[in-house]
Structures are given as C-alpha cells and as structure tokens.
Design a protein around this ligand. Structure first.
Ligand code: TYD
Ligand code: MG
Length: 453
C-alpha cells in the first residue's frame, strides 16, 4: 500500500505547508502548525461527483427565497442580537470563555423554543446527560420535547436527526465533534472542518437552524481554525467579567443582520436573566458623590444606556507612570490624556491614571470620551461631580468636542433616569431637549472644567 502523504495545517488560519515550520507563513503566528494526513484523492473526487447535479448557473432573480419564517427563540436579548430570530438552515457559532454561561444560554434557548411546541436535539459532547439535567432543573421545569444526545461522532448525530423531526439542533461543543473517516483528534483543524461541513449540508438542505458552542483561546479568538468562522453564518461572542454577574452577547459576524446590537444578561442562581434597562444596573448606587466618577450616555447598537466611568489619578510611585484601563481602550486613554495636557495645560505626566467602567462592561463608544475627561478632571482635582450631570461627546485631537450620533435618543434616556444636566458638543444643531434636562453645549475640552465645577 502506498504511504499516505501528510501536510502541516495552521490551527489558526488554516494555511497548509508541506514541511513543518515554527512560524505560520499565513498568519505569522508561532507554533500553530500540526501534521495531518492528506485525505484520499479518491474520496475528494467522489465528493465532487455527488455535488455536480446542483451546480448549474441560473438567473439570480429566479432563485426562490424560502418563505419559512425565522425561528423566534424567545430569549429576547439573543433575538435582538441575531436581528429578530434565527434564520432557517443557518449555523450560529457561540464562543466564550469556560464558565461564562454558554451551555446555560443554550439550554435556556432550548427551553423557550420548546415552549412553542418545537422539538429540539441537544447534543452534549462535554457533559453527561445527568450533568445537563442537573443544570436544566435549576432553570425550571424541563420540557418534554427537549431531547438530549450524549454523542461526539458526527455520523451518529446525523442519524439521530434523520430519526425525528427537529426544529433546532444545539451542539455543545464543536471542539468535541469527531468524524471517524478523517484523521486527527477531535478539536483538530481537519476534524472541526469536516464535522462542521457535514452538519452544514444537512442543516441547509432541511432548513434546520444549528447552534454550535465553541471554546475560545487565551487570546480570545474561537479555538480551532479561523475558517470555522467563515463556514458559519453568525458568530456570537459571549463575554463577561469574573467579578461581575453581567454577561454581554455580541455578534462578531452576522449574515442576516447588524453586528452592532448588544445583548445584556445577568447570571443569577436561576440562570441568565435578560437585563432590559441596562442603565439601571450600570450606574452604581447613588450615595455620597465621590470624586473621579462621571456618567456617560453611551450607545450600544440601537440602545442608549448610562454608564458610570470611574477614574483614579494618583502620584506615580515608580518612575514610569501607569495607565491602566481594564474596560477602556488604553490607546484612547493615552490620547485623551495627551489632549488634556496639550489643550488644557493639565499636566498628568507624573501621575498614574486608572480608568474603569462600572459593572465591568466593555462599551466602546467614542461618545464616552467626554465623561472620561470629566472623570479624570474630577479625580485629579478631588472635586466630586453632581450625580445628576451626564456627558456625551467625542474628543478630537485638537481638543474639539465632536457631535455624536442619535443625540435625541441619548437625551431621552438621560432624562428617563433623572439626569438634570447633559454636556454635549456645541458643534451641531441640538434637538429639542426633554423636559427637566438642561443641555449644555461645549465646543472645546478646555471649556469643560468651567461648566462642571
Ligand atoms: P456554563 O453554562 O456551564 O458555562 P460554559 O458552558 O460557558 O462553560 O455556566 C457555568 C457557570 O454559570 C457556573 O460557574 C455556574 C453559573 N450558573 C449560575 O450562576 N446560575 C445558574 O442558574 C447556572 C445554570 C449556572
Ligand atoms: Mg459548557
């Protein structure tokens, strides 16, 4: 028998090389190449043949669009992020760190989908049925139509799909999938690729939506080849902070909707609970106002929310001052400090600056800049800001305060939460402010100080 040939595949980007090298020529990462046997060319030819019937060009306008409606999962935050429900036949990859609550979220989805009379197949490759049952009983009464299959072998999973009519398939997790005809251990590039490919073809032909749970690596990307992200329709990221109960759900890729929507959950003893009014939980308890804290009116997707920014400016103990922001982009922080120094003469060169967002949320909106500047000023002067003043403005390099989108919605949210004053950019026309909210326009960063203290 002829010796089977092998090649080396990068576990990150899927680049193949004929010889082992330390650094992947594709993504330039180190130590990501591993050896794999090249699949038999006979099998490949067979695969081409079996597909040949469907590959005929036809006018795009004549392509029938499926009229099957989207499957509303009933998990409001998830539905929002997906853009009103799951598209039939779509593959959704849910990535997140261990323990963030991926399996819990999937079970909750299974619960609420089955409540509408659908049958669900939950494939668990990581936990035994007893373990899943134990978690499920914390979430409520376990529905009859939720089927569990402790299996990792793809052909057997596909066979189970043949045996009954399911409306949803959940695979927890994709790294445990095993296609016996392909060489390599579960979790390897070729295994993941082949397993997902066979599940995809079944999902597409039957219009079956599939959730795939995926682990993420230390760097935060989904473990396994990058090509996995290309193979699926939606990539969701579930993230959270260990010290907080909040969990954020975002779409990193969405073929059927936007990627700017954000879902917020809170992990409680009875499972994940949707946070409908994020501002209520993102603001710390009102009490004695303390210096260094300012409220930003942020926008995530379509939702405005009030977030508390906390800064601490203190004399640097060591030679090099520290700048630290666990939930804020450090480069942006350095930029804002440089603007404060250059445009306001505020010398922070010999001070440590720490910055945080209450609730441990990573909210990336340039409109937070103004609140960050206010929090830094407040901490370094040790002057607390009033609890009813809030900010929404982007800071430019020349110290100008730039307007931010959807100001009207932000104002409405600020007013709803009892804010009395809101600082915004004076460079654009202001919408009518809600009753009880005084809108103060500022044009330059140097004006902020006199308006708030
Ligand atoms: P899990 O869904 O197992 O996470 P993953 O699948 O992402 O690894 O969630 C595990 C954590 O969630 C665990 O630390 C316990 C916690 N948890 C709760 O706080 N409340 C609950 O009702 C459940 C089911 C889990
Ligand atoms: Mg899990």
């Amino acid at each position: 028998m002829a010796k089977q040939r092998s090649h080396y595949v990068c576990s990150d980007c899927g680049t193949t090389t004929s010889q082992w090298v330390g650094k992947c020529p594709g993504c330039k990462k180190w130590n990501t190449l591993s050896e794999e046997l090249i699949p038999d060319s006979g099998k490949r030819a067979h695969r081409h043949q079996s597909n040949s019937t469907s590959s005929k060009a036809k006018p795009l306008a004549t392509v029938e669009v499926s009229t099957i409606p989207r499957l509303i999962t009933g998990e409001t935050e998830l539905d929002r992020v997906l853009g009103s429900g799951v598209v039939p036949g779509s593959l959704i990859l849910l990535g997140g760190e261990p323990g963030v609550g991926k399996s819990t979220l999937m079970l909750q989805v299974a619960f609420s989908v089955s409540a509408t009379g659908h049958k669900i197949l939950y494939v668990s490759g990581e936990e035994s049925p007893e373990q899943v049952r134990m978690r499920a009983s914390r979430l409520g009464e376990v529905p009859e139509s939720l089927m569990i299959l402790p299996e990792t072998r793809v052909p057997l999973i596909l066979q189970a799909l043949e045996e009954d009519e399911y409306s949803l398939l959940v695979v927890d997790s994709v790294q445990t999938l095993d296609t016996p005809t392909i060489d390599g251990v579960p979790g390897s590039v070729s295994q993941i690729r082949e397993s997902v490919a066979s599940i995809t073809s079944v999902a597409k032909t039957r219009g079956l939506p599939v959730f795939l749970v995926g682990h993420i690596t230390k760097e935060g990307s989904i473990a396994g080849p990058k090509i996995l992200e290309h193979m699926v329709d939606v990539v969701l990221q579930f993230e959270g902070d260990w010290n907080h109960a909040f969990r954020l759900l975002r779409a990193a890729k969405n073929r059927f909707g936007t990627t700017s929507e954000l879902g917020i959950y809170e992990m409680l003893s009875g499972g994940l609970k949707a946070v409908e009014n994020p501002s209520d939980v993102l603001l710390t308890e009102a009490g004695e106002p303390s210096s260094g804290s300012a409220i930003a009116v942020s926008l995530e997707g379509a939702r405005p929310m009030l977030v508390e920014v906390q800064a601490l400016v203190s004399t640097a103990v060591y030679g090099t001052p520290q700048r630290s922001g666990t939930t804020f982009d450090l480069r942006r922080l350095n930029m804002l400090l440089a603007v404060l120094e250059k445009r306001c003469g505020f010398k922070l060169g010999s001070f440590d600056v720490f910055l945080n967002m209450a609730g441990g949320m990573k909210i990336v909106d340039p409109a937070n800049d103004l609140a960050v500047v206010a929090a830094i000023l407040s901490s370094s002067l040790d002057l607390p800001l009033d609890r009813d003043v809030c900010f929404a403005g982007e800071v430019g390099l020349s110290g100008e305060i730039r307007p931010v989108p959807r100001l009207e919605a932000r104002m409405a949210e600020a007013s709803r939460l009892g804010m009395k004053r809101m600082l915004v950019s004076g460079h654009s026309k202001l919408p009518k402010s809600p009753k009880g909210l005084e809108v103060i326009s500022v044009k330059r960063v140097s004006e902020v100080h006199s308006k708030i203290f």
